[in-house]
Design a protein around this ligand. Sequence first.
Ligand code: HEC
Ligand code: HEC
Ligand code: HEC
Ligand code: HEC
Ligand code: HEC
Length: 177
Amino acid sequence: MSVRSRLRILAVIAGIVPPSALAAQDAPYESPPEALPRVVAPQPVPFDHKLHMDHRMTCVDCHPGAIESERAGLPDRDRCMLCHQAVAADRAGVQQLADMASGTKISWERVYRVPDFVFFSHSEHASAGLQCAVCHGPVATRSVLRQEISTNMVACMNCHAQRQASNECYLCHDLGQ
Ligand code: HEC
Ligand code: HEC
Ligand code: HEC
Ligand code: HEC
Ligand code: HEC
């Protein structure tokens, strides 16, 4: 971020200029550069979204929080084993699951992440009628996930501006302390 941008942002926080000065089009704030799609490290257990979606699963079978809470959540070993106790038990990836203790949390390599100082809630966006693909791309057709869509501040604010959602700083940032 340039020194000029930082000063503009401080000026907004201090109330000297309105937040609209930072609105999308002439955004003085530049999000850190990103090259999309962004490849992530191989997953600890091979997982193929396309294969599983072709077997008529729904996104919330494995990410229940994506419509009902802040975090979508990622499945643990036991959720996979609901099927894999019986299905494809001879495959290497499934044997890896079977060898884990019951209750094991898998350290999935993260694809989408916003910094801790940003507030984001899945349930609020789901109730606004937004489909997963708007922010994550065509996951159901992907065997390996990469970050395809930007989730930086400019991307958040562009959609908010388009859909008449608020772009007040405090919506996404806790400026209280
Ligand atoms: C609702 C049932 C279901 C759940 C839950 C499920 N799977 Fe599967 N999985 C399947 C089916 C069906 C196949 C395809 C089997 C085949 O090819 O005949 C499969 C195949 C696989 C394979 C083998 C792929 C290959 O090409 O060798 C792996 C590895 C796998 N799943 C991992 C996982 C992981 C990891 C989870 C948890 C995050 C999971 N599965 C959850 C149903 C499920
Ligand atoms: C059978 C379980 C299963 C189903 C069904 C499933 N996912 Fe996933 N999802 C996973 C697992 C396991 C990971 C972590 C490994 C990976 O990134 O591929 C993951 C990762 C993701 C991520 C990246 C999370 C991050 O930031 O690290 C997104 C986004 C995602 N899934 C969206 C979806 C969407 C959208 C659907 C429906 C089209 C869906 N998933 C269906 C198991 C599932
Ligand atoms: C408005 C944009 C948006 C929509 C719509 C959206 N997501 Fe996300 N998703 C995000 C962002 C941003 C993150 C990173 C959150 C963080 O780091 O706290 C994320 C993270 C995730 C993760 C990683 C685990 C987690 O909870 O952080 C999964 C899995 C996921 N999303 C699945 C889904 C699924 C499934 C849907 C549809 C039901 C969906 N998302 C809809 C923006 C979105
Ligand atoms: C594709 C469009 C879209 C994108 C992208 C998007 N939002 Fe939103 N967001 C909305 C809409 C529409 C609402 C209004 C929901 C309502 O009023 O019911 C909203 C509401 C919110 C709210 C207030 C509701 C709540 O959760 O308390 C916050 C905070 C928020 N968004 C944060 C973010 C952040 C952070 C990002 C980027 C990581 C983001 N949004 C990306 C469309 C979007
Ligand atoms: C709709 C959500 C949203 C709104 C509204 C929003 N931001 Fe952000 N902001 C983000 C996200 C996401 C990031 C992290 C990604 C990035 O840097 O682009 C961020 C990052 C930042 C950073 C960078 C911090 C750093 O040093 O890395 C600053 C400063 C900032 N925002 C200030 C503001 C100010 C001032 C406003 C009000 C004009 C504002 N933001 C409104 C979502 C939002």
